[in-house]
Design a protein around this ligand. Structure first.
Ligand code: FAD
Length: 281
């Protein structure tokens, strides 16, 4: 890809062989669009450890797109993390998405030795120097557990200064919160690219529930319109595609350094946006 913007697709590891096979077909299709990288999520506490590793290796080695494993620190010991870092490094992986993670309910709070993502970034740098390009998470609408916006901004800056190269945002439906966040963190001396995380809209009920949980505000006019479509998935997709494509256009025109698509393991919703934006292939 000629532009210096970064485009990436995120997947989650599947539970079955059939799911894995289907994911690899999806990834192979998305690979033809020449993204800068893929990423694959990790269940905090190690719940998807083996499946994340298998998926990352397959995407990287067989589909041949540089792939970033997500790595979270809550629930994992330093020894667990060291082992994963060594294995990824020896397998030719040179990107990571470093996160605190959210432990599944019932597993208690922060039982690992590292409590916050800034400590994980510091640990990765100490263990592996500059081997990995490290991405961290950013929350333009504030992390849901943060005490206030200012404190969350300062915590974000600390995490970046620990050695992150790029940030990927939580998804949002309002470009202004992204621009405001970027403006504020620049004033704290943060220069790294902050890439908007993009969630295509393909469903209403699930997305509304998930958005409430992760603190992504769905504007009333979007919510009401999606609600009114009921089971009409075709209309939901068409409206969602228009809303998200227009937001992405504004983001890129306003200087966003790329887009990171939360694909939910589906190619078409992200590619519809990609085509609407006439992004290079
Ligand atoms: P942190 O940066 O550690 O922040 C968490 C909270 O603690 C914030 O409220 C912050 O203000 C506060 N805080 C941060 N540092 C400090 C400090 N030093 N002292 C006191 N307070 C502090 N989850 C997964 O389990 N697996 C995944 O694969 C995954 N992938 C993700 C990918 C992206 C792009 C994003 C945006 C999120 C992802 N998540 C994933 C979700 C993420 O793990 C949760 O949002 C989690 O609650 C916070 O992770 P973090 O790395 O942002 O945490």
């Amino acid at each position: 890809m000629s532009s210096t913007r970064q485009f990436s697709f995120e997947f989650f590891p599947t539970k079955t062989d059939a799911g894995h096979e289907k994911l690899m077909q999806t990834a192979a299709h998305l690979a033809t669009y020449n993204p800068n990288y893929f990423s694959c999520t990790y269940g905090a506490g190690g719940s998807t450890r083996d499946r994340t590793i298998d998926t990352v290796k397959h995407l990287n080695d067989v589909i041949k797109v540089s792939t970033a494993p997500h790595l979270s620190c809550v629930g994992d010991t330093k020894a667990d993390l060291r082992q994963l870092l060594t294995m990824y490094k020896n397998s030719g992986i040179n990107r990571l998405v470093a996160l605190r993670g959210d432990l599944p309910s019932g597993m208690g709070m922060a039982s690992g030795e590292l409590r916050y993502a800034n400590e994980l970034v510091e640990f990765v740098r100490k263990e592996t120097d500059d081997h990995f390009t490290i991405a961290v998470a950013a929350y333009p609408e504030m992390h849901p557990q943060a005490r206030n916006f200012e404190e969350d901004l300062r915590n974000f800056a600390t995490k970046v200064k620990a050695g992150a190269n790029i940030a990927i945002t939580q998804y949002f439906f309002n470009a202004d919160c992204y621009f405001y966040f970027v403006e504020r963190v620049r004033k704290l001396g943060i220069e790294i690219p902050i890439v908007p995380g993009i969630m295509p809209i393909t469903n209403y009920t699930r997305l509304a529930r998930f958005s409430d949980a992760c603190g992504a505000e769905m504007p009333r006019w979007v919510r009401k319109q999606l609600e009114a479509y009921g089971d009409d998935t075709k209309s939901i997709k068409a409206f969602g595609e228009q809303v998200i494509s227009e937001m992405c256009e504004r983001l890129l025109q306003g200087g966003a350094p790329g887009l990171h698509f939360y694909t939910l393991n589906q190619a078409e919703p992200s590619l519809a946006i990609w085509e609407n934006l006439k992004l290079p292939r």
